[in-house]
Design a protein around this ligand. Structure first.
Ligand SMILES: C[S@@+](CC[C@H](N)C(=O)[O-])C[C@H]1O[C@@H](n2cnc3c(N)ncnc32)[C@H](O)[C@@H]1O
Length: 463
């Protein structure tokens, strides 16, 4: 691979002759592929891919390659992810009930992992600044089928104005110079220059300043990049410790991981060795840097602005409760399916906005003026007195064993369905049904008396 000369010189200096030679050889060797399973789904290990090579530091990560055409993927059972990139979400140590923010979240590799750890309890706000990437993030999280996720398309500063000192745990998987991606994506070398590294550093600080405004006293933050440059890694962590009441929490070093390098930061802060580097040449996956920090401030003033604004804005919004008839129209469809326990009380929580019926993960009054792509679970659309369930609900219902289900036996039927075709079925079921292949639920469909399964797989997702 052709690498920028200044890059080669820099890493020869930092790593020394022998290690840099291993590093440059590894850049020219094949990438390692990995995927993660989704423990939220029913019988989630029932998949066609081999689970013989688990990734040691993860709960549900494996080496191997998956295909985006398979029902494992359309049904949200698997997510393709670089093995090294699995460590940041693991490092945040999320527990059910936590309020978690993934500030730079698209396409959602780490958000899906955080949602798995939350197990439908607590909250995940997955934010992405780019509009097109936020759309991918929403789709990936939709497939994952968690019930407690908010997806926003915002800049960190707009988000921090609304959600001041709100989160227990924050992941900042920052945009970076991407040196750790050179092997997988050689085109990334074209953007690299020493100046670009410093531009990234400035942006990382700007993002972290906003992240810190959203962290609760006692909260935890994981900062990660997919670059090796000390300016964006150890230097940034040293800057955080120098400017905030943060302490570095030691991360465990698993085989193939290396300690951070205090000597590569101007501060020479010894605790930097508790951060983690994953190098190409050490065999886990692509390049990654991870640091885990804890806010040791005890009594930070928490903002009350959110609460004050809540009621005022709520009145103006188009969000409303459902009347009795509307609730029964929704219940008529939902009663045919087994709901995950987090949705069992949907009737008490459900709201609608322009006919879109949803069970919010977070009070919509807290999110006014933000670009919200998803808040909790969209159950479906009320059309006069009829109710049409949403695609997201199908993915959520994949958490449970279902009876109102068409499970294709023939792969050809599955392929035709994700292409958008209707299918003739031999079934006594009528009305809305879930559609699966190899028991991986991936869509709704609707059967009429003619036994034709009408296609409800969203047009934008068809293949
Ligand atoms: C390393 S990627 C995130 C990968 C993601 N966490 C995952 O695991 O799938 C960094 C993200 O930060 C976003 N980004 C770029 N500039 C930003 C900024 N100024 N503030 C916040 N996010 C930014 C990029 O659009 C990109 O999606």
């Amino acid at each position: 691979m052709s690498l920028p000369i200044e890059f080669v010189e820099k890493y020869k200096n930092l790593l020394g002759e022998e290690e840099s030679s291993r590093f440059f050889t590894a850049i020219d060797s094949p990438s390692k592929k990995g995927f993660r399973l989704n423990p939220l789904k029913n019988n989630y290990q029932d998949i066609q891919y081999s689970l013989k090579e688990p990734i040691e530091f993860t709960k549900d990560g494996y080496y191997g390659e998956i295909s985006g055409r398979d029902s494992e993927w359309t049904g949200g059972y698997v997510y393709s992810q670089d093995p090294s990139a699995m460590y940041p979400a693991v490092s945040l140590n999320v527990k059910p009930g936590d309020k978690v923010l993934d500030l730079c979240a698209a396409p959602g590799g780490k958000s899906t992992a955080l949602a798995s750890s939350l197990d439908n309890s607590g909250l995940l706000v997955a934010n992405e600044i780019s509009k097109s990437r936020a759309k991918d993030l929403r789709e990936n999280l939709e497939r994952w089928g968690a019930t407690n996720v908010v997806v926003t398309n915002e800049s960190p500063d707009r988000l921090s104005k609304k959600l001041s000192h709100f989160f227990d745990k924050i992941l900042v998987d920052a945009p970076c110079s991407g040196e750790g991606m050179f092997r997988k994506d050689p085109a990334a070398t074209q953007y690299w220059s020493p100046e670009y590294v410093l531009t990234c550093q400035t942006r990382q600080k700007e993002i972290l300043i906003e992240a810190m405004k959203m962290l609760k006293p006692g909260g935890e933050i994981v900062y990660s990049t997919c670059t090796y440059s000390p300016e964006e890694d150890e230097e940034i962590v040293a800057w955080l410790v120098e400017n905030y009441s943060l302490e570095i929490e030691p991360l465990k070093l698993y085989p193939g991981m290396s300690a951070g390098r205090p000597d590569w930061s101007k501060s020479n802060m010894p605790e930097l060795k508790e951060t983690v580097r994953l190098w190409f040449q050490n065999g886990v996956g692509e390049g990654q840097f991870v640091a885990h920090l804890k806010n040791i401030e005890e009594n930070q003033e928490t903002s009350t602005k959110v609460k004050k604004r809540k009621n005022k804005r709520h009145k103006k919004s188009t969000i409303a409760r459902l009347n009795k008839d509307e609730i029964s129209a929704v219940a008529k469809v939902l009663d045919n399916f087994a709901l995950p326990s987090s949705l069992e009380n949907w009737q008490n929580e459900v709201l609608q906005s322009n006919g879109h019926v949803f069970v919010p993960a977070l009070d919509p009054g807290m999110l006014t003026e933000l670009h919200v792509l998803n808040n909790g679970v969209e159950l479906g659309l009320l059309k006069k007195k009829r109710f049409e369930p949403s695609h997201q609900l199908a993915e959520v219902l994949g958490q449970k064993e279902q009876k109102q289900l068409i499970n294709f036996e023939d792969k050809v039927d599955y392929e035709r369905y994700i292409h958008g075709e209707t299918i003739k079925v031999d079934s006594n079921l009528r009305g809305f049904v879930l559609v699966a292949y190899q028991n991986h639920i991936f869509s709704f469909g609707k059967i009429g008396n003619d036994q034709i399964l009408k296609n409800f797989y969203p047009k934008g997702l068809r293949k």
